[in-house]
Design a binder for this molecule. Structure first.
Ligand code: P1T
Length: 386
């Protein structure tokens, strides 16, 4: 693949993005077409119908693959559509071990949909602990699903160690890399087989699109997932593919600023008298700080915390920020504050949720790239007022 040996930003800006062959347009055009005129039966320029393939989507797919160091990339209409497509590799009776601290929507898909429609069986394990995963693996386990860092507790799982263990037991390893982005973590290089992204988040980067992606270097998995992409049809439109592609061009500079701001915010919260706990892999007292330094090249931009005043103080605080918007989602240039228990993780039963730390008092920050003094002042005001 062209630019495979180039640096990250060169790949982000150029991979899959040659000048348009028809016009020379420097920027990949938005091929807003559903179909392609053919010369004769079986004779066309590589595109027949936009569910099957679209040149703007192809550019995005090649760029995603390049950023993950993968042979192949596929783009989807959402992160959950990408996750669903990965699950098409498996058959009724297959067993999946998944982390017990996942995005609530992923849990809902695993808990409520895939057992019924795909006949898959799920066991949830603490993937921060290899022994817990080992115990959950069965002879019929075909997939280990890891989210790292997790949403919203920001715990890390050892991708290399777990991949080795799963492979020894004949299971495939898929990693949801949404929180790290390909800039800070490349799971395939650590031994995973498949990477999944919600491109809605850091990759798109501007809170203006819903999308997903899958990357792998395994040709068989790629062909099967690509077949499913066309057969089931949850593809992004050309404009959505284009807007993610445009976001990718600035991914590296955005991620560096997200990380710098998140570290400043996490340190500020840690020293704040009203704050009870702070979860950020970049803090030296984070339980997997050493692992974060090993398997990630940065700590990304997500921070979770609780206040001494508990849920009541949290409810007050989320209504008082002015720079941080109280909203779901993450990874955009603008800062967001989220209340996972009632928003992103409401689909998980309370007891299960609270066992992993997702209490009514937990707040999650997607630290944006505004001026960090403004972010800190905003939080300080909201916490004190709360
Ligand atoms: O929303 P969608 O593009 O379908 O992506 C789903 C998804 C998958 N994986 C992770 C780790 C995620 O965080 C998400 C979506 N998360 C949110 C909307 C959120 O606010 O946490």
């Amino acid at each position: 693949m062209k630019f495979a040996d180039s640096g990250f930003s060169t790949r982000a800006i150029h991979a899959g993005q040659d000048p348009d062959p028809a016009t020379g347009a420097t920027i990949v055009p938005i091929y807003q077409t559903s179909t392609y005129t053919q010369e004769a039966p079986g004779q066309h320029k590589g595109y027949e119908y936009s569910r099957t393939g679209n040149p703007t989507r192809t550019a995005l797919e090649e760029c995603v693959a390049a950023l993950e160091g993968a042979e192949y990339g596929l783009a989807f209409a959402s992160g959950l559509a990408a996750t669903t497509a990965v699950m098409s590799l498996f058959s009724p009776g297959d067993h999946v071990v998944a982390g017990d601290d996942l995005y609530g929507g992923t849990y809902r898909l695993f808990d409520k949909v895939l057992p019924r429609t795909g006949g898959l069986e799920f066991t949830y394990a603490d993937t921060t602990d290899a022994a817990s995963v080992e115990e959950a693996l069965r002879p019929e386990t075909r997939l280990l699903w890891i989210e790292t860092p997790t949403n919203p507790m920001l715990t890390l799982s050892d991708i290399a160690k777990l991949s080795e263990m799963a492979h020894e037991r004949g299971a495939v390893v898929a990693v949801d890399n949404t929180f790290a982005s390909p800039y800070f973590q490349n799971p395939l290089s650590l031994g995973a087989d498949i990477v999944v992204h919600s491109t809605t988040k850091y990759m798109g980067g501007h809170s203006d699109v819903i999308g997903g992606a899958v990357a792998t270097s395994n040709e068989e998995f790629h062909e099967e997932i690509k077949f499913y992409q066309n057969a089931a049809g949850a593809v992004p439109g050309a404009f959505d593919a284009w807007i993610v592609l445009r976001g990718l061009k600035t991914l590296a500079v955005r991620m560096r600023q997200h990380e710098e701001n998140a570290l400043a915010v996490a340190r500020f919260l840690q020293d704040h008298p009203e704050v009870e706990t702070v979860h950020y892999p970049g803090l030296p007292d984070h339980p997997q700080h050493e692992l974060a330094k090993e398997q990630m090249s940065g700590f990304s931009g997500m921070v979770s915390f609780t206040l001494r005043g508990g849920a009541e103080a949290a409810y007050a605080a989320v209504q008082k920020t002015r720079v941080f918007h109280f909203a779901e989602s993450l990874g955009g240039v603008e800062s967001l504050i989220t209340h996972p228990a009632t928003m992103t993780h409401a689909a998980i039963p309370r007891e299960q949720r609270e066992a992993r730390g997702v209490t009514d008092g937990l707040m999650r920050l997607s630290v944006g790239i505004e001026d960090k003094d403004d972010l800190i002042a905003d939080l300080d005001g909201a916490i004190r007022a709360g």
